[in-house]
Design a protein around this ligand. Structure first.
Ligand code: ADP
Ligand code: ASP
Ligand code: MG
Length: 437
């Protein structure tokens, strides 16, 4: 059995619902369907979830949100009527609106209604059974999901027939609705797949898989056919955001492969994500993807004899800890160390931190560089190729890109380097052109 999740753009209008029905009919194993709220139909359009948050904010300030509410309501009624579905949504919408007017609907509950109405409609359209996420996804009071309880509840509900589940939310121990963070329907799908021991979790979206680089930087980048969970984690951490970061854990734990697919190009194989792959589909390709983020700060200190001093690294790091600054990378050399984090994370405490480093470690030099972009080349096969980092740096050097810091993880899954913000796009393009094309 396959669990299939359809994202916002896949649920945006009646035409998309029809495509989904075709996709389900093409494979009878696709029996558990998780859906998002209706997303954008065209650029400039509104996502239903955004409108729901906006509506709630209005009522909080005592401002009438009837216009926004009507935009939400009519989107769903339009889909219903165009598909000829018989379903009374009007009374549910008016009950919701009157609860809202009396300030009886929490932000999370209102935000969750996008997925709720999507699932109601999709279930009626497919002739599948609607299974509410609030009836099986159980949060603990600390906000984490009670996997054991949730899995048992869903297993109990599912008996081999087709079901549709709304993504994005579940229930707290006190019975209140709680949502995941934005993009969280991906997690709902992963939890359903894990609960039911699915053969595969298909995540259907508007691209034919994970791209090797950001399409806004590289023209028409290739799709990654296969990627391991570890590589995906590196790619998402350093910038490629296709799945919610909470998606991997539940499926990985049960060793369920994850397949990213395109609702608008259902014959494309998409990206397959697994623990490991036997055989190598493309032996000449040793970089899986290239990503990055801008606006980091690099604080560097050097001192003769530093590496001989016991505990110096702990002293440096504890200064950041005291100021509650979370650090991304700590590249170091023999007598120097750099600490790298998003500028935003350190900006309010930077001068105090610098003063404390100066006082406690008495370095020979202490510098800050900001406007640094971190670029990551990720690939499970890099470990087996000597001289990759040398080649990367030579290539960047030829393109006139200065490298400000270098960091390679111990598992050699990635090479991370810092460049000036202004060189960010050039660095990604140059790497893509020379290592992928
Ligand atoms: P959904 O609504 O289906 O959950 P999302 O908008 O959350 O879809 O995620 C899909 C989007 O992720 C794509 O449309 C694309 O713009 C974006 N994206 C960012 N980085 C990448 C990447 N490396 N590969 C593919 N898509 C990417
Ligand atoms: N609709 C929610 C959001 O926009 C959840 C999701 O689409 O995954 O964030
Ligand atoms: Mg998403």
């Amino acid at each position: 059995m396959k669990v299939v999740k359809f994202g916002g753009s896949s649920m945006a209008d009646a035409g998309q619902y029809r495509k989904i029905r075709e996709i389900l009919m093409a494979d009878p194993e696709r029996r558990v369907v998780v859906v998002s709220a209706a997303g954008k139909r065209f650029s400039g359009d509104h996502k239903i979830t955004d409108l729901l948050y906006l509506c709630h904010a209005h009522t909080q300030y005592g401002v009438d949100c009837s216009n926004i509410f009507e935009m939400i309501r009519s989107r769903y009624l339009e889909i219903r009527d165009e598909l000829g579905i018989k379903l009374d949504l009007e009374s549910e919408f008016s009950a919701l609106k009157s609860g809202l007017d009396r300030k009886m609907v929490s932000q999370d509950e209102l935000a969750s209604r996008g997925e709720y109405f999507s699932a109601k409609l999709m279930a009626a359209f497919l002739g599948f059974q609607f299974v509410d996420a609030a009836d099986w996804i159980r949060f603990k009071f600390d906000g984490s999901v009670d996997q054991e309880a949730s899995y048992a509840l869903l297993k109990d509900r599912y008996k081999d027939f087709g079901i549709v589940i709304p993504g994005f939310y579940g229930m707290m121990p006190d019975g209140k609705i709680r949502t995941f963070t934005r993009g969280g329907s991906d997690i709902t799908g992963a939890l359903a797949a894990a609960a039911l021991d699915a053969d595969v979790y298909e995540n259907w979206t508007d691209v034919s898989g994970i791209l090797m680089a950001d399409p806004r930087i590289v023209d028409d980048p290739q799709t990654i056919p296969q990627v391991t969970y570890d590589e995906l984690r590196e790619l998402s951490y350093s910038g490629a955001q296709v799945l919610h970061e909470g998606t991997i854990f539940p499926v990985r734990e049960k060793n369920i492969p994850l397949n990213i697919r395109n609702t608008n190009a259902p014959n494309d194989p998409g990206t397959m994500i697994k623990e490991a792959f036997d055989g190598d589909s493309d032996p000449d390709r040793f970089i899986t993807g290239i990503t990055g983020k801008k606006d980091f700060s690099v604080i560097s200190l050097s001192k003769r004899g530093l590496s001989g001093q016991v505990g110096y690294l702990r002293k440096v790091l504890s200064i950041f800890e005291r100021h509650n600054v979370s650090i991304d990378y700590v590249p170091n050399g023999i007598d120097n160390v750099s600490v790298v984090m998003p500028t935003e994370a350190v900006s309010s405490s930077l001068y105090t931190i610098m003063a404390e480093i100066q006082k406690e470690l008495e370095p020979d030099s202490l510098t800050v560089h900001d406007q640094i972009a971190v670029v990551a080349a990720v690939g499970r096969k890099m470990a087996f190729r000597p001289g990759i980092s040398g080649k990367i740096f030579a290539t960047l050097g030829e393109a006139g890109v200065n490298i400000r810091m270098i960091n390679q993880g111990p598992d050699e899954l990635n090479i991370i380097f810092g460049v000036d913000n202004k060189d960010f796009k050039t660095a990604i393009r140059v790497l893509y052109d020379s290592f992928v094309k």
